[in-house]
Write a new protein. Structure first.
Length: 234
C-alpha cells in the first residue's frame, strides 16, 4: 500500500518537507490504540487468520502474494507502477537480517504482509513501514492487525519513530495511520505518516514471544511427513 522501505545500510532517511498536521499526543494515542486493539479480532469469523513472522524460506509465498495484487493495490503498495519482474526483484533484495517481515495468512494462504526496515541511531532508532493486503481481504480489520503487530516489533527494538509513505489518493492507508496517532505531512504528491512509538512493555515482549513460538513450531512441523490417507472401506 505504500513505498518500499530503505535498506538498513543505506543513507539516512530523508524526511519529507511539507504541510504537517502535528499531533503532540501521538505516542500516547498509539499506546491507547495498541492496548484497545489487543483483544479485538478481525472480521473474518469463518476463516482462520494467522499473523506470523516471515523469513527467507517464505520468499516464494511473499512473492506470490505481491504478484496477486491488482493494478491499483500494487500501485498503492509501491507508490507507482511496478511490473512483475520489478516485484520479483524487490523480494530478492529484501535485507532479511535487518528487516522485520510479518505475514497475514488466511486459511493457510499469505494474503497480506508488512515490512519494517529499521535504521539505528544513537540512543534511538527510526523505521520505515510498508504494507500490502489483497483486495478481497481489505476492510476486515486485517490491516489494523498487521499494523499493530509491526508496531509491537518496533517498540521492542526501541524504535522511536515509524515512518510510512503513501500516495495522496491512498485514503485507506492514511486512515489506518491516523488511527495509530500518525503525524501526517503532505509533499511532492505523496503523504508521509510518522508514528511516535511508545517504549516496550512486558506485554509487548510477551506478544512478540508468541509470534516467535508460532514461527518455530511451523518451521519444526513443516518438514514432518503427512500421514497417508486411509483407504476407503469397502
Amino acid at each position: 500500500m505504500n513505498s518500499t522501505p530503505t535498506a538498513l545500510d543505506g543513507p539516512p532517511i530523508q524526511r519529507r518537507r511539507g504541510v504537517s498536521r502535528e499531533r503532540p499526543d501521538s505516542a500516547a494515542r498509539a499506546e491507547r490504540v495498541l492496548a484497545g486493539d489487543r483483544a479485538r479480532q478481525p472480521r473474518t469469523p469463518d476463516r482462520k487468520v494467522d499473523i506470523r513472522r516471515l523469513g527467507p524460506g517464505d520468499m516464494a509465498s511473499l512473492e506470490a502474494h505481491l504478484l496477486r495484487l491488482e493494478g491499483h493495490d500494487r500501485r498503492m503498495r509501491f507508490c507507482g507502477d511496478l511490473g512483475d519482474e520489478a516485484v520479483r526483484r524487490h523480494c530478492a533484495l529484501i535485507d532479511w537480517p535487518n528487516t522485520q517481515v510479518l505475514g497475514c495468512e488466511v486459511d493457510g494462504v499469505l494474503r497480506g504482509a508488512v515490512e519494517l526496515s529499521i535504521h539505528p541511531r544513537p540512543y534511538s532508532s527510526e523505521a520505515e513501514l510498508a504494507m500490502s493486503l489483497e483486495r478481497e481481504f481489505q476492510g476486515q480489520g486485517l490491516g489494523a492487525l498487521l499494523m499493530r503487530k509491526a508496531l509491537v516489533l518496533a517498540r521492542n527494538r526501541y524504535v522511536s519513530s515509524v515512518f510510512m509513505t503513501c500516495m495522496v489518493g491512498n485514503r485507506r492507508m492514511q486512515k489506518l495511520a491516523a488511527k495509530f496517532g500518525a503525524i501526517l505531512s503532505i509533499g511532492e504528491g505523496e503523504m508521509e505518516g510518522r508514528i511516535l512509538a511508545p517504549w516496550p512493555t512486558f506485554l509487548t515482549i510477551v506478544e512478540e514471544a508468541a509470534l516467535e513460538s508460532r514461527a518455530y513450531l511451523r518451521a519444526a512441523f513443516s518438514h514432518w511427513p503427512r500421514p497417508a490417507a486411509r483407504p476407503a472401506s469397502a
